[in-house]
Design a protein around this ligand. Structure first.
Ligand code: ADP
Length: 194
């Protein structure tokens, strides 16, 4: 199996690159942000609770996202592998993911981190907000809060994966194809493919 954690701040391009990677490597894309937005669209209780936090740019509780990932892993037992996008975002989530995968006798192959500076991120998110209609992309204060949450709670995961020799940084500024090629070069260093 090929299991990749795609890492990087909001607006780094994780969604765009995930789409290309799942096609090339035939992986299942697991985005906790997408899963939460789908719960909101269906107006579930979980979705309504999550929306209150997402609209402020805060993280939803670990137990909620871990539960969603657990059930997606169960539903896709035959998969070639997974791209985790927007998950894990905290140390507790990273530990839970390692445990869930080891129950399935597999593990994370690598964490690929897209690096983009704060100014560029804010610009991209405000631009995306015009098309996506996402409330959390339309307000500069909420964007700053998401970046702050990222720096406080998520950025430390770099050390978690570095300790396992799985952390690889990629420049997230450039054309979509340039960035995609750089990601594929990193993957080829840890995984054999044609
Ligand atoms: P972005 O990376 O652009 O912020 P996402 O779609 O990944 O977009 O996340 C949107 C929001 O969903 C986050 O700000 C957070 O509130 C919530 N969320 C998504 N994934 C997680 C997670 N793993 N843990 C906690 N909250 C999450």
């Amino acid at each position: 199996m090929l299991n990749i954690v795609l890492f990087g701040p909001p607006g780094a391009g994780k969604g765009t690159q995930s789409e290309k990677l799942i096609e090339k490597f035939q992986l299942i894309h697991l985005s906790t942000g997408d899963l939460l937005r789908s719960e909101i669209a269906q107006q579930t209780e979980l979705g309504m609770q999550a929306k209150l936090l997402m609209d402020k740019g805060e993280l939803v509780p670990d137990a909620v996202v871990i539960g969603m990932i657990r059930s997606k892993l169960e539903q896709n037992q035959e998969a070639n592998g997974f791209i985790f996008d927007g998950f894990p975002r905290t140390a507790a989530q990273a530990e839970a993911l390692d445990n869930l995968l080891s129950e399935k006798n597999t593990s994370i192959n690598c964490m690929l981190a897209l690096e983009v500076d704060n100014e560029e991120l804010t610009k991209r998110l405000l631009l995306r907000g015009k098309d996506s209609g996402r409330a959390d992309d339309q307000n500069e204060e909420i964007i700053r809060n998401r970046i702050k949450e990222y720096n406080n709670k998520t950025a430390p995961l770099k050390d978690f994966y570095s300790a396992q020799n799985k952390f690889h940084a990629v420049n997230g500024i450039g054309s979509i194809d340039e960035i995609f090629n750089a990601l594929c070069t990193q993957i080829s260093a840890v995984y054999q493919y044609n």
